[in-house]
Design a protein around this ligand. Structure first.
Ligand code: GLU
Ligand code: ZN
Length: 295
């Protein structure tokens, strides 16, 4: 199997130092292993993604000295794949329509029991309000524009039926999580039910979600090593469960530190002062950028 890493930016703003670090690290790791580095544009959120940002991202990455095979995978061109995967899960009765807005979820959670966590990797942990609403979806058409959630309980039953009964999930962390988690990371069904819950797999008018697309695309691109920021470490549990559920391989993960500004704040897309293009204009070289991020 070819050793493959990827960089998967969302084209919603300029590439900044944090992105450059992530992309160069993924590139360096692939080159050191005699492997391949791929690029993927995560543009499923068409309200925020802009084609002109793609061009600028390619331009900055080329300037940094990175090379990748063409054509670049665009998520906006893969909605059909995502829909087929959703349809499959829908047919198995694992998804349900959720009509709650944030207020509804907050209200349902307003009397949390002591010691119960209310925040997971996607924000508020869904209290399951709509989970009983759907009846039996088998034979009934999957709604196109609604929010679809995955029933974690049912997903675990499906995983256990399709493979050996499985109470624990694992993945290999080559880098480290926010509190130094590394090596074989193991987590239980209970942990997922309590601390993650029924996640959204298809967003309103999007026909997919970050979690569904990232898992399908990493598999489609044959990614063996996912290199990305530590902010996504917690979401990896979701990705591992989805891989098991859809019969996809689990790659190794290499989460890396986040590049922060002087005030120790994470850099954001709108942080134009740290855009790579700004450093370029000011005469920096790719080597200067490498030194700035500690590569
Ligand atoms: N598109 C995501 C981002 O720009 C990255 C997703 C990933 O690496 O898994 O934050
Ligand atoms: Zn709901």
């Amino acid at each position: 199997m070819t050793f493959r890493t990827r960089f998967a930016p969302s084209p919603t703003g300029p590439l900044h130092l944090g992105h450059a670090y992530s992309a160069m690290l993924a590139y360096d790791i692939a080159m050191a292993a005699g492997g391949e580095f791929l690029l993927r544009i995560e543009d499923i959120d068409q309200t925020r993604a802009r084609a002109h940002w793609c061009e600028r991202i390619f331009d900055d990455l080329r300037w940094l000295g990175l090379k990748w095979p063409e054509p670049v995978m665009l998520q906006s061109e893969r909605i059909g794949h995502y829909q087929r995967a959703l349809q499959n899960l829908w047919n198995k009765g694992l998804l349900y329509v959720c009509t709650c807005d944030r207020r509804d979820i907050e209200t349902a959670l307003s009397a949390p029991q002591e010691g119960v966590r209310t925040y997971g990797p996607d924000g508020l942990i869904y209290p399951g309000t709509c989970s009983g609403n759907t009846g039996d979806p088998i034979g009934c058409a999957m709604p196109e524009e609604s929010v679809l959630r995955l029933s974690m309980e049912k997903a675990f039953v499906a995983v256990s039926e399709s493979s050996e009964p499985c109470n624990n999930f694992t993945f290999v962390e080559i880098g480290s999580g926010p509190i130094g988690e590394t090596g074989e990371i193991s987590f239980s069904r209970q942990d997922v039910l309590q601390n993650i819950g029924d996640i959204v797999l298809s967003r309103k008018n999007m026909g997919t979600s970050y979690h569904l697309s990232v898992v399908l695309d990493d598999a489609a691109q044959g990614i063996t090593h996912v290199v990305r920021g530590q902010d996504l470490f917690a979401a990896t549990k979701i990705h591992v469960v989805l891989q098991k559920l859809m019969g996809l391989p689990t790659p190794h993960y290499h989460h890396h530190r986040l590049i922060r500004d002087e005030k120790h704040k994470r850099l954001a897309k709108r942080d134009d002062a740290r855009a790579i293009s700004k450093y370029r204009q000011d005469g920096a070289t790719p080597q200067d950028i490498r030194e700035m991020v500690g590569l």
